[in-house]
Design a protein. Structure first.
Ligand SMILES: [Zn+2]
Length: 324
């Protein structure tokens, strides 16, 4: 189902750094790909918009956020060590020991995350979790002046990792949340472009989801596009990992098909449409009972909205692709 060229595009999209507010590079990649089959534009909030059948009706919006979590340089000390703050929600333990790719003023700068060695810690501190303020990035600089030749306070970075192929049609990547959603909505639009119906279909790669409390880019784009229906694609947690609490999070395993969110914050009409279509086409799916989920809460528009958790992450990195 997924062509070799689409898979190659997905991997380029996943590997291009784009923390919230700094997502212009993957957004440009997305627009360049969209321009091969759709009308493309962008807006002041950085959202990328691709339209097929622009004079059609009704308007259906498909949205996935293109930003990812990252870090931002907050301070550079006299020894040239870079102190950082989070962009988006981090478990700081994930950062310890990682290689980091900073988007510096003259190009990418690489470093490693350091923390106080366990050998010199007091015994009572050894079992304590690290706070992000306990960590720093070492880029090999000898002084603040040396570091400032390459980076400045306010530069952003991501974990330096590339997408890897795993067995059983699975991949691992740092940015699956939610580059995969931005990819899926564009792939859906690509397929619609080969046989358009009556609807104006708009795919949007939205910005700033990981940090925004007022809707981020999705709110701006929904207001501008004015859809009658919107489907939001984001990741959710698979529960086939050791220690998962299925009573709280449901039973969702990688390879089990899309997860449809159902609940007070989503449209029962759109939910029923997707459920019935999946049943008719024999597409397996599972249902997630919605709590106060972030993406749909932020996606405020008059449209009927459903958050379609189409691909799931396990340990936030692994997803399964379907290939023929
Ligand atoms: Zn997300």
């Amino acid at each position: 189902m997924l062509s070799d060229s689409s898979l190659a595009f997905l991997k380029r999209l996943l590997d291009t750094p784009g923390p919230s507010g700094f997502e212009s590079a993957p957004a440009k990649l997305w627009r360049d790909e969209a321009a091969t089959f759709a009308d493309v534009s962008n807006d002041v909030a950085g959202n990328s918009i691709a339209i097929v059948n622009p004079t059609g009706s009704p308007t259906i919006m498909l949205a996935g956020h293109i930003d990812e979590i990252g870090v931002i340089i907050t301070y550079i000390d006299d020894d040239g060590c870079l102190f950082i703050g989070p962009i988006g929600g981090w478990d700081p333990q994930v950062l310890v020991g990682q290689r980091i790719r900073i988007m510096g003023k003259a190009g990418d700068v690489y470093g490693v995350i350091g923390k106080k060695p366990i050998h010199v810690m007091k015994p009572e501190d050894r079992k304590k979790a690290s706070d992000i303020s306990d960590l720093w990035i070492d880029i090999g600089a000898t002084s603040r002046e040396d570091a400032e030749r390459l980076v400045t306070v306010g530069d952003a970075g991501v974990i330096d990792s590339r997408t890897i192929d795993l067995p059983n049609g699975r991949i691992a990547s740092r940015s699956i949340d939610d580059r995969i959603g931005a990819f899926i909505v564009l792939e859906a639009l690509r397929r619609y472009s080969t046989q358009p119906g009556a609807a104006r279909v708009v795919a949007v790669a939205t910005t700033q989801e990981e940090i925004a409390y007022q809707g981020g880019g999705a709110r701006v784009s929904a207001t501008r596009i004015g859809p009658q229906m919107a489907i939001v694609v984001d990741v959710t947690h698979a529960t086939d990992y050791p220690g998962a609490d299925k009573k709280e999070h449901g039973h969702h395993k990688i390879g089990g098909g899309p997860v449809l969110t159902r609940g007070s914050i989503v449209s029962p009409v759109v939910y029923a449409l997707l459920r019935d279509t999946a049943t008719r086409l024999s597409i397996p799916f599972t249902i997630h009972a919605a709590g106060p989920g972030r993406t749909p809460m932020r996606f405020t528009s008059p449209a009927r909205v459903l958050r379609l958790r189409c691909y799931r992450s396990r340990t936030a990195t692994c997803t399964r692709l379907t290939r023929s």
